[in-house]
Ligand binder design. Sequence first.
Ligand code: NAD
Length: 521
Amino acid sequence: MASFPRTGEIAAQVKAVLERLGVSPDRLSGPNAARSPLTGEVVAHWGALSGSAADLSEANPGADPAEAAIGQAHAAFLQWRSVPAPRRGELVRLLGEELRAAKADLAALVTLEAGKIASEGAGEVQEMIDICDFATGLSRQLHGLTIPTERPDHRMMETWHPMGVVGVISAFNFPVAVWSWNAALALVCGNAVVWKPSEKTPLTALAVDAIFARAAARFGGVPEGLSTLLLGGREAGEALVDDPRISVVSATGSTAMGRAVAPRIARRFGRAILELGGNNAAIVCPSADLDLTLRAVAFAAMGTAGQRCTSLRRLFVHDSVYDALVPRLHQAYGSVPVGDPREPGTLVGPLIDEDAYSAMQAALEDARVAGGLVSGGERLGAEDALDAYYVRPALVEMPFQADCVAAETFAPILYVMRYANLDEAIGLQNAVPQGLASSIFTTDLREAERFLSATGSDCGIANVNIGPSGAEIGGAFGGEKETGGGREAGSDSWKAYMRRATNTINYGSTLPLAQGVTFDV
Ligand code: NAD
């Protein structure tokens, strides 16, 4: 069984790792306390003038940090858009190199600040490196189509141009990877970036800002403000949302946040990439490989302490395998090592804060009222880490899909329900407002293909025989309905960071009009 860290031992570690990552101490002052979920203790301080926007404000006294960051980013964009795309890719390649060099320390800081277990902290930084590699290659592939025209001696084509400044608003649970998914693509596409990270994870953002500065210094001649860090809470995010110089707002967080920002961005006809809440399900069919299913469900539902947008929250199990699978799940839930995420054996670290714990307890109470059988969910380790919130993940056998099941609770709760036929299970899976990730466990080809078809899962991610979480950067990431509809990372997601121009060129000496229109003057 894993142990729990003791209050007082984290601050010194955070200080040391920030130093190694090159975050200057003058960045670490201000009225706001940064806390570690490992113990709940204050580990550093920060202010709105802590990020790179501070330098820009100093260069432009009187301007507030958001104004300074956005103004400089816009000026930087006007230069950066003329740098050839493969050259822009070189900057991102260098960023990938700097991230490789900093991987161990940045991963450790992700663990200390966001509470991820060590291998998930390292995985998050690896994801940053992967997207840099992807974007570097992409910088030579930002190509458009050549399209046959109906007019003689004409050529029609598409060209792709940068949008301008991309504002990135990110959530606490992927404190560094979400920036990189956006920034790596935005930069090779010729945009500038202003990043407003979660107020719960300012330190990892400061570290990434320092890492980017090293890549920029090696590249040489990067316009000042090309990538800027704007620290703050909701108001700092709103500054990006409302400013017409922010051409694209990429906002990752709760559906409530998306509901607030989407109409404001739409009002000024800005472009939004929304990556919001999920309420992800898996269906376990009669033919499922139950050993594999058990492992996949355990990782997807308990991994990251249930604090991934793609965490598995609803499990529909066919009547015929329910009694073979669910007791084994109970065993896994009862024995999974919960505790200090720095220890190699730990699989479940802390919740981010007390609010997360309270929301989890409230959801479990609602489940009980609706007839659910709750096991787990209790707080652990409070005697060692007074202000930290470690919990045993909760497994809840539900008689039906109650309202509490249809809402996303950002904590390790897995609701388990029985089903009798696949149509019913797919219907239940789709009968929630969110549409991010989904899975089916089956060895029956017909069931698998049905699930992936137009009449199957309505989610942006639909998997067979793997859980809904743990996506790779090569695919487009995002979901439908209240998840917001945005797509990031691989495939053709880069198009969201560029504007498309359709060009028709007449290389003849006559002027034929389209659709046979005549207009002779
Ligand atoms: P949150 O919504 O509380 O905050 C996310 C970010 O939005 C923060 O930076 C916050 O300061 C900012 N923000 C909040 N309200 C705002 C407003 N009105 N205007 C501008 N900015 C605002 O989310 P959280 O608790 O940090 O993260 C958890 C949530 O994020 C979960 O719902 C999870 O599913 C979701 N999430 C989604 C994805 C995805 O890709 N779909 C990825 C990670 C997290």
